[in-house]
Design a protein around this ligand. Structure first.
Ligand SMILES: Nc1ncnc2c1ncn2[C@@H]1O[C@H](COP(=O)(O)OP(=O)(O)OP(=O)(O)O)[C@@H](O)[C@H]1O
Length: 412
């Protein structure tokens, strides 16, 4: 069996933390079996490495390895993605399609964010785990597949079970062996090591000298809470590498890159009644409302110009949709899917009850500025909520699934 050190080298895993080493060792031991494994740990701790190690050290290594992000697939299509569908099963199903479980036959499927699976999909998954059987959407024919499942979660599954969001029987089937990865804040020895590695990678990538931390900066970095774990450390290293001209970074400079520093080594206390908190939120919302008003003004002007030059709406849409500079029609809401909804279908051209025109004809920089605002709001909310997506989603008035997609979309 390959040693933990060799595996770390092979997969580019940095760190010598005993808990990390133990997790890698556990992965190597279960790899040759077909046992289901559940990888647990906070967001950004490196959970994706474990299923890759397991697959590559198993008999299945020459077959497919498919990683599926369950949180990023819309609820309406997840069954079809995973199990396939028959032609005509639903509007738009013009052909029969294989799902991941059929494609990965003989191989391994990594189900990331498994806690996000809808309950109906959990039933289908349980069946695959129990006897390898599945049925395509719109079919009645039972098919067989031989797939090893490794799942990952950053939510407390026991709580999800208590709340009725996750099936207990499925949890036990998935977690025959559980591998837990420690949060970065508990890996003091590794923090500077990882920073040096990332700084050196970015120096190479951007063809600049490597940034270095002074002793007081290292001490500060180690004390930091790292709610976003290794992903956050990597982002910080990248920002500093690109932005700072002076390549020696002291604690004062580093501080500017560490959000929520004052409470970094303490558990976050969320005070919903916090005044400045609410003020900040409403000023951001107001900003978006104002932007929306300006956007609609611009749309009206554009429409008038178009009417003036006798361009039909349909022609205008055709023209704008092929330029691919579709702008968002922002809608602020507290309960629907998007913080700022982006539309790009025919419904975007209409005159609504308030005589506002929604036509995709705004400049790209407006599009960007709205997007920037959205990113900023999400970032701030995540910071305030110690990167707890559930709390951030609640504060932003969007579903966790939507927030998850936006985090991935904007690479936050
Ligand atoms: N030990 C490590 N050494 C070097 N880079 C690492 C290490 N662990 C993780 N990373 C890097 O950190 C980033 C986050 O890792 P990964 O996506 O595996 O986290 P995750 O736990 O799956 O997060 P999420 O739950 O949000 O999906 C990736 O860019 C990964 O390459």
């Amino acid at each position: 069996m390959e040693s933990v050190q060799v595996i770390k080298q092979r997969f580019g895993i940095i760190g010598n933390d005993p808990k990390l080493n133990r997790s890698i060792e556990k992965a190597t031991r279960v790899a040759p079996t077909d046992i289901s494994v559940l990888v647990a740990g906070e967001s950004g701790v490196g959970k994706e490495n474990i299923p890759k190690i397991i697959h590559s050290l198993s008999q299945r290594k020459h077959n497919n390895y498919i990683a599926v992000n369950c949180g990023a697939i819309p609820e309406g299509t997840i069954d079809s993605e995973l199990f396939g569908h028959e032609k005509g099963a639903f509007t738009g199903a013009t052909n029969t399609r294989k799902g991941y479980f059929e494609v990965a036959d003989g191989g391994t499927i990594f189900l990331d964010e498994v806690g996000e699976l809808p309950l109906t999909t959990q039933v289908r998954l349980l069946r695959v785990l129990e006897n390898g059987e599945f049925i395509k959407v719109g079919s009645s024919e039972v098919q067989k597949t031989d797939v090893r499942i490794v799942a990952a979660t950053n939510v407390k599954m026991v709580e999800a079970i208590k709340k009725g969001k996750f099936r207990e029987d499925l949890y036990y089937r998935l977690s025959t062996v559980e591998i837990e990865l420690p949060p970065l804040r508990n890996r003091n020895e590794d923090i500077h090591l990882l920073f040096r590695k990332f700084a050196s990678d970015f120096a190479q990538k951007y063809k600049m000298p490597t940034v270095r931390l002074t002793d007081d900066a290292v001490a500060l970095l180690i004390r930091y809470h790292f709610p976003g774990n290794i992903r956050q450390l990597r982002n910080i290293a990248e920002q500093i590498s690109v932005i700072e001209e002076n390549r020696n970074i002291d604690a004062l400079k580093l501080k500017q890159y560490l959000p929520n520093l004052s409470s970094s080594s303490l558990p976050m206390i969320i005070d919903e009644s916090n005044h400045s908190f609410g003020e900040e939120k409403s000023s951001l919302l107001k900003m978006i409302y104002d932007l929306r008003t300006e956007l609609n003004e611009l749309k009206k002007v554009t429409l008038n110009i178009m009417h003036g030059s006798k361009i039909k709406e349909s022609e205008a849409f055709l023209e704008t949709s092929t330029t691919k500079t579709l702008a968002p029609s922002p809608s602020i809401n507290n309960n629907n899917e998007g913080l700022v909804s982006f539309h790009n279908n025919d419904d975007d051209i209409h005159q609504d009850d308030d005589e506002e025109y929604y036509i995709e004809t705004v400049e790209e920089d407006e599009n960007l500025s709205l997007q920037d605002k959205e990113i900023e709001m999400i970032k701030k909310s995540l910071e305030r909520n110690s990167n707890k997506r559930k709390l951030a989603a609640k504060e932003l008035g969007i579903s966790e699934r939507t927030l998850y997609r936006k985090i991935k979309q904007y690479n936050l």
